[in-house]
Ligand binder design. Structure first.
Ligand SMILES: *[C@@H]1O[C@H](CO)[C@@H](O)[C@H](O)[C@H]1NC(C)=O
Length: 285
């Protein structure tokens, strides 16, 4: 009894700890919660996930309403607090930037897509000077797009738009069936075999077993030799003959040649001994 209680307490403690650790997006720019609720509900299943991927020059760490990394490197703990997207130069890990924060999120939702934005990343150095001449903060947009063929999916970089004077952004794509309006028509990868091919396989198997068993029986029990080992040989011979007869009847055109009622040029030279053509009597004598 005490043991059970202890286990229960331990489990409760674990749950408490893990939920306490779980951060979430905060949306400081919304006046009411229900405006963004729909989008949040649509990506609910992906919340708390972390992803890592790279393009040619950079490695990206992305968290969906959670820290981009867990844990952070010791020396980055302070700088990267609440970072949702981190970009790291592949050849120089010191060259790293926070692209956006989970404490500065925005969300827009359509019927089968959601755009999650993380704002207030590190300032651009030389790009995107903004209206007031101060360089802008980096920000990330993650575009969740319904794709029934992808179970959970993962983010990928679409573009780093820093060729503008303001409103620069990093755009990520995220194809997933999670944001689809209905998840029912999910296209499972076709199992590959149609009814026809299953029947064919069954037929081939049965035929193979029949042939093998018959062969073994004829060879070792009946002590047949050569072609006589084929099971039910006489039946199959008859069967073949029957088929041939049937085919003969249906496929062959038969021997009844119509007599030729005309004469072609050169027929004379062929030396054919044809009788007088039948329309001869029509000619006036
Ligand atoms: C990454 O870091 C290397 C070494 O510091 C630098 O030469 C390179 O330009 C950086 N790459 C990008 C894309 O900034």
């Amino acid at each position: 009894m005490v043991k059970h209680l202890l286990i229960f307490l331990f489990a409760a403690f674990l749950v408490l700890v893990s939920t306490a650790e779980q951060k979430d997006c905060t949306f400081p720019r919304y006046k009411s919660n229900d405006k963004r609720k729909k989008g949040e509900d649509q990506i609910e299943l992906l919340k708390g996930r972390r992803y890592q991927f790279e393009d040619k020059y950079y490695k990206y760490h992305v968290g969906i309403c959670t820290d981009a990394m867990d844990p952070y490197p010791e020396d980055k703990k302070d700088v990267w607090t609440d970072a949702a997207v981190i970009q790291i130069n592949k050849t120089n890990s010191e060259d790293a930037h926070v692209i956006g924060k989970i404490t500065e999120a925005d969300i827009i939702a359509g019927p089968d897509w959601v755009m999650l934005e993380y704002n207030n990343g590190e300032k651009y150095g030389t790009h995107c000077e903004g209206q007031d001449g101060n360089n802008e903060n980096r920000r990330a947009k993650i575009m969740f797009i319904c794709d029934h063929t992808v179970d959970d999916g993962e983010p990928y970089i679409i573009e780093e738009q820093n060729g503008k004077t303001e409103s620069c952004y990093y755009l990520f794509g995220f194809d997933t069936q999670v944001v689809c309006k209905t998840t029912t028509p999910k296209v499972t990868v076709k199992s590959g075999l149609s009814v026809g091919s299953v029947l064919l396989i069954v037929f081939v198997c049965v035929a193979g077993v029949y042939l093998l068993a018959g062969l073994l029986y004829n060879r070792f029990v009946v002590h047949a030799k050569g072609i006589e080992q084929i099971p039910n040989l006489s039946f199959w011979r008859d069967f073949g003959n029957l088929q041939a007869d049937g085919c003969d009847l249906v496929c062959r055109s038969g021997r009844s040649r119509e007599p030729r009622t005309y004469k072609g040029i050169g027929d004379d030279q062929l030396g054919e001994d044809e009788p007088i053509t039948s329309d001869e009597h029509l000619l006036p004598m």
